[in-house]
Ligand binder design. Structure first.
Ligand SMILES: Cc1cc2nc3c(=O)[nH]c(=O)nc-3n(C[C@H](O)[C@H](O)[C@H](O)COP(=O)(O)OP(=O)(O)OC[C@H]3O[C@@H](n4cnc5c(N)ncnc54)[C@H](O)[C@@H]3O)c2cc1C
Length: 496
């Protein structure tokens, strides 16, 4: 008889794992609490406008392409991907200075030389050395890490000299560039992990390299097309995806999971359960208190979590002559990052990001209009911020900042529809403390020290998504799906 596997959560992690399992002949059923697939990568519909809830770009699309081809499917039959060139524009000094990033290496080097004389050589060196670093790190990101002795494996030992151990991301970039703005331009990607560049391990210099080497990509219809494509693929392969079907509890026989209890009260038995829901939220809600030791509630609360994000989705009745992705740095960026990640307070002088996808994608807004997405990185809910009070105040400041620091002059008058989404809303969605990028990516919370793909505390329970190894961000989440599916199918003996 076919092995039966339940997957909890139709986020990118859960869906990617379910798709691989379905493609390998496993009888797989996905249970999703919400009415839509995608989780943090879902579609937001406000009036006639569509937005992405969270992710706005795909990096290293070949990882997703490979998931599809590994089970005989072609990603491009399911969605249309566009590479962006230029990738994004960065604004400094209250919007007075700007710097545009391209994947064209000659143009990029020239732009660096023009704006930051003497730094072009650093860019060449950065690209060459990070290519070697990524080559060494990739095998670690693609392999399970569930034993301490894994640190002695050849893949880790050969990577060690390139891991920049003991150095922060900011320190590493200081080896290449003399300009602070240039260092920020190649380290702000620490925010993708919800971390500070001054705290983020230096090994993560591969993040900006990955953008410069592989580009940033936009699926027509938005990033939510990726989970929708995976749902379609699962169903094409005979798997099932149930929406509005939250899981209330794991069925446990001691430490062994034998199925799930749905919020409807239905008990369904399975051979294995994959948890794709936010890890900390799932352990606190789906497992009775007292069962877990290493990942008990008090121990989870002692871990470090990523920052959160404050979001505005604005449907505006005009087109703006502004790039697809723009980032606006606080004047005192280091202070802003410290307030967001360490002192957990709202910065007066804040950074923000705006996506303007309607310049290349006409499916998101009515003709001549635009769907604008604004993100402000803010502290997670381990802060004492009252978002019922702070949300409207921050919305006001963001609209003022758009007017003063960005090309979006006159945006407020053009708003037809809008939605505000705060850390409280992320938390209500099932994101632990609204920490949108999961458990932090400090070395003490990575690899062996991150929750294992085959969950170490419960039998027949597996993890996938940003809370397990290798970590947050779609390319790594897709790798987690592959590692977990490999563990499952290896264990249940289904031929690949
Ligand atoms: C604002 C923001 C911007 C981001 N930008 C990018 C980007 O541009 N590029 C990138 O690569 N990454 C980005 N990320 C990071 C990451 O790719 C996404 O957060 C991704 O969606 C995480 O996937 P996941 O599968 O781990 O979890 P989720 O997307 O959170 O999916 C978990 C799913 O589980 C469901 N669930 C929870 N509990 C239950 C239950 N009890 N029963 C049933 N279902 C349940 C949830 O409803 C959800 O659908 C961004 C994240 C955020 C928040």
């Amino acid at each position: 008889m076919k092995q039966r596997v339940a997957v909890i959560g139709a986020g990118p992690g859960g869906l990617a794992c379910a798709m691989l399992l379905a493609g390998r002949g496993v009888d797989v059923t996905v249970y999703e609490k919400q009415a839509v697939v995608g989780g943090r990568t879902s579609r937001v519909q406000v009036g006639d406008y569509q937005f992405d809830r969270g992710p706005t770009f795909l990096n290293m699309p070949h990882i997703l392409e490979n998931l599809f081809t590994s089970i005989g499917l072609n990603l491009h039959d399911y969605l249309e991907l566009k590479a962006l060139d230029p990738m994004y524009t960065l604004y400094f000094n209250g919007g007075k200075d700007q710097f545009t990033m391209t994947t064209d290496r000659d143009r990029m080097k020239q732009a660096i030389e023009d704006q930051f004389p003497g730094n072009g050589e650093g860019y060449d060196r950065f690209m060459a050395e990070q290519a070697l670093k990524l080559g060494k790190l990739m095998p670690i990101l693609q392999t399970k890490h569930d034993r301490l002795t894994d640190y002695l494996s050849p893949r880790v030992l050969t990577a060690l000299p390139r891991l920049s151990l003991g150095r922060s991301l900011y320190d590493v970039l200081s080896d290449y560039f003399t300009s602070e703005e240039l260092k920020y331009s190649f380290t702000f990607q620490a925010k993708y992990l919800g971390m500070s560049a001054w705290e983020c391990p230096g090994g993560f210099s591969i993040l900006s390299y990955m953008e410069h080497a592989y580009g940033v990509h936009h699926p027509i219809g938005g990033m939510n097309r990726i989970p929708e494509a995976m749902k379609q693929a699962i169903e094409d392969l005979g798997g099932k995806v149930h929406l509005n079907a939250g899981v209330d509890q794991l069925i446990l026989d001691g430490k062994e999971a034998t199925g799930v209890i749905l919020e409807s009260g239905e008990h369904v038995l399975y051979d294995d359960v994959v948890v794709g829901a936010d890890f900390a939220h799932a352990m606190n809600h789906l497992v009775p208190e007292g069962v877990l030791k290493k990942w008990s509630r008090p121990k989870i609360d002692r871990k470090k979590f990523s920052c959160s994000t404050f979001m505005l989705y604005l449907g505006v009745d005009k087109r703006f002559d502004a790039p697809h992705h723009t980032i606006y740095f606080a004047e005192d960026y280091e202070k802003n990052v410290r307030e967001m990640t360490q002192t957990l307070e709202l910065s007066e002088d804040f950074s923000f990001y705006v996506q303007n996808p309607s310049i290349i994608d006409t499916t998101l807004a009515p003709e001549g209009k635009s769907s604008l997405y604004v993100l402000v990185p803010v502290p997670n809910n381990y802060s004492d911020l009252d978002w019922a009070v702070e949300g409207p105040k921050l919305r006001r400041k963001v609209l003022d900042a758009l007017e003063e620091r960005s090309p979006y002059k006159g945006v407020e008058a053009a708003i037809e529809v809008e939605e505000m989404f705060t850390p409280d809303d992320w938390e209500a969605m099932g994101v632990h403390q609204g920490a949108t990028f999961n458990l932090g990516h400090q070395l003490t919370q990575m690899m062996y020290f991150r929750p294992h793909n085959r969950f170490e505390e419960l039998d027949h329970v597996y993890l996938v998504g940003g809370g397990t190894h290798p970590g947050s961000g779609l390319p790594t989440i897709f790798e987690s799906a592959r590692i977990t599916a490999d563990l499952l199918t290896g264990e249940v003996g289904v031929t690949k």
